[in-house]
Design a binder for this molecule. Structure first.
Ligand SMILES: [Cu+2]
Length: 237
């Protein structure tokens, strides 16, 4: 083997898996490290819960759905209720399927916050923006183009520690959904007192059935002209 081939071989895993994950955040005018699973920085002060890889999760009931297997991060970001959290992707390749952004109240320290209770709620989503399923008029196409996504933290939200979970659901393969979720740790400040109503709360994994028409979709069938994102409706505060 020629020594000059070595760098290419070391790059191979990330080239083979041309998917994507949140690699940094912009919050309150500050930039925060995300995580790049195939090239982690030792001791990185990331707000994101570190995951093993960004291979797609294929079922909504998979335990990896919570935070792609990430369980803790060393730091967190402060964000005022009413302000934006912007997630940034270094790369993203799919243009069919929704974007969904979720919050989970930790009710205490991040270290003991596992995201396993029925307390997840959506604060933002974008599904189909036109009327043709087989098109590039989807939330994930915006990320394909911009490589970033901004969501407003509801202004009335009760302050505290929350997980923010960005989820891209890729639907480019018929009836073969691919989920790409990651979580970051944010501390919401402000004087709000609101929490979402119980009917907008869900567990993750399994916020919907795998057979949900928003998950098990054939975008090439040419019948449907509308799309409903899976899971509860968005709570805006
Ligand atoms: Cu992919």
């Amino acid at each position: 083997m020629f020594p000059s081939l070595l760098p290419l071989l070391l790059l191979a895993p990330s080239l083979a898996a041309a998917h994507g994950a949140v690699t940094s955040y912009e919050i309150g005018g500050k930039a925060y490290e995300g995580y790049q699973g195939f090239s982690p920085v030792a001791g990185a002060q990331t707000i994101q819960r570190q995951w093993k890889d960004y291979n797609p999760i294929m079922t909504v009931t998979d335990a990896l759905m919570t935070c792609n297997g990430g369980t803790s991060a060393p730091v967190s970001a402060e964000v005022a209720a009413g302000a934006n959290v912007t997630a940034v992707w270094k790369q993203w390749t799919h243009q069919q399927g929704p974007v969904m952004v979720w919050l989970y109240p930790c009710d205490g320290a991040f270290a003991s916050c596992d995201g396993k209770a029925k307390k997840w709620f959506k604060i933002d989503e974008m599904g189909l923006t036109g009327d043709v399923l087989n098109s590039n008029n989807w939330g994930t196409a915006v990320i394909y183009k911009d490589l970033k996504w901004s969501s407003r933290i509801p202004e009335s939200l009760k302050p505290g520690n929350y997980l923010i979970r960005h989820e891209l659901l890729a639907l480019h393969q018929a009836n073969t959904p691919q989920f790409y979720p990651e979580c970051a740790q944010i501390t919401v400040t402000g004087s709000g007192t609101a929490t979402p109503p119980v009917d907008l709360l869900t567990s993750i994994p399994a916020y919907a059935a795998q057979s949900d028409p928003g998950i098990m979709v054939d975008i090439y069938q040419g019948k449907g002209t509308s799309y409903k994102t899976p899971g509860p409706a968005v709570w805006t505060g």
